[in-house]
Design a protein around this ligand. Structure first.
Ligand code: PHE
Length: 332
């Protein structure tokens, strides 16, 4: 082995490194030119067979060659790493100077807002919130509320019978939640029951087969119709304004006696507008729910959330509340 042979090996290795365009190719070139099986590797392993003087001479040549080629390899490796990094940075580049994508914050649906407002007014008066299933037993939805199977009130509260034999219905009001509360709690009881209810109504500007109620129940000793009127007056003023009056008109519900529709005064153009039904809990309902009607009395009321939302916000058509048109909903 002499200097010119060494130069051939060196030129071959440097050319291979320079030609490698990626790290994997470069690594193969390293194996070919610096590895154990490379001409250089073989030559260095063959040194042992040479005599002392020759071994020192050739060994020095080969060591010099290995150092030079290794340096060239390291340099090229560094270059390729830098190129690769540059490519990656380019690939993962984010243009932070462009206009930001605008994320509109969501907000509760108008019905949710109004339901929460109504509930808040009663929570402020000391009521707690009770919720129950939308798929209810007929016993809780009708029977215990003094609406026997052949009672005409069932007609106005027609609903979907999920399973008629098993007496399972989509609830027609949230009154069954009040039944559940009376069955499990001792008076004094003060609850409001918000939720979705179902009736076989056809859709028009003021009717929907699915709507939302907040019903309320107060049962304690000495509760009178004056408490009912005072509570509802406070509610009407909290929601519609301090100058409002309420008016109770005699009405009928199977579960209250006496019963009253409640009107709220609006402007002179609108006059009195009906916003809810109410009454003193019928003693038969108290008994059926395990409460002694000789000792306790109570009042109950049922508010239609859609109606309140429409009156408060001037919504003319109930269907607007269900259409999920973001432009309409964004107005509230
Ligand atoms: N449950 C009645 C309804 O949905 C509303 C109501 C509740 C009326 C309580 C009086 C007392 O129509």
């Amino acid at each position: 082995m002499d200097a010119s042979e060494v130069a051939v090996l060196r030129d071959a290795a440097l050319a291979a490194f320079a030609g490698a365009e990626d790290v994997a190719t470069l690594e193969q070139a390293r194996i070919d030119h610096l590895g154990r099986r490379s001409p250089l590797g073989e030559a260095q392993r063959g040194l042992g067979a040479l005599d002392d003087e020759e071994r020192r001479r050739v060994g020095a040549l080969l060591n010099g060659l290995r150092m030079e080629v290794t340096e060239a390899f390291d340099r090229r490796h560094g270059e390729l790493d830098a190129i690769e990094l540059g490519r990656r940075l380019e690939r993962e580049r984010r243009d932070l100077t462009g206009p930001a994508r605008r994320v509109r914050p969501g907000r509760p649906h108008l019905l949710t807002q109004v339901e929460e407002e109504i509930v808040d007014v009663f929570v402020g008066m000391g009521f707690s919130v009770a919720e129950g299933p939308e798929v209810e037993s007929g016993r809780f939805n009708f029977d215990l509320l003094n609406i026997p199977p052949d009672h005409p009130a069932r007609g106005t509260m027609d609903t979907i019978y999920v399973d008629e034999d098993a007496d399972v219905v989509l609830r027609t009001h949230t009154s069954p939640v009040q039944v559940r509360t009376m069955l499990t709690h001792e008076p004094p009881i003060a609850v409001v029951c918000p939720g979705r209810v179902y009736r076989a109504d056809s859709v028009d500007a003021t009717h929907s087969p699915v709507f939302t109620q907040v019903e309320g129940l107060l049962v304690a000793e000495g509760v009178s119709m004056a408490h009912l009127r005072g509570t509802l007056l406070a509610f009407a003023r909290a929601l519609f304004g301090d100058d409002r009056e309420v008016r109770l008109r005699p009405s009928f519900f199977p579960f209250t006696e006496p019963s009253a529709e409640v009107d709220v005064s609006f402007d002179s153009a609108s006059g009195w507008l009906e916003i809810l039904g109410s009454g003193m809990v019928d003693p038969a309902v108290l008994s059926a729910c395990g409460i002694d009607p000789e000792r306790y009395t109570g009042f109950a009321f049922g508010i239609g959330v859609e109606r309140v939302a429409m009156l408060r916000h001037g919504v003319a058509d109930i269907r607007d509340l269900y259409d999920a048109d973001a432009r309409f909903l964004a107005a509230f």
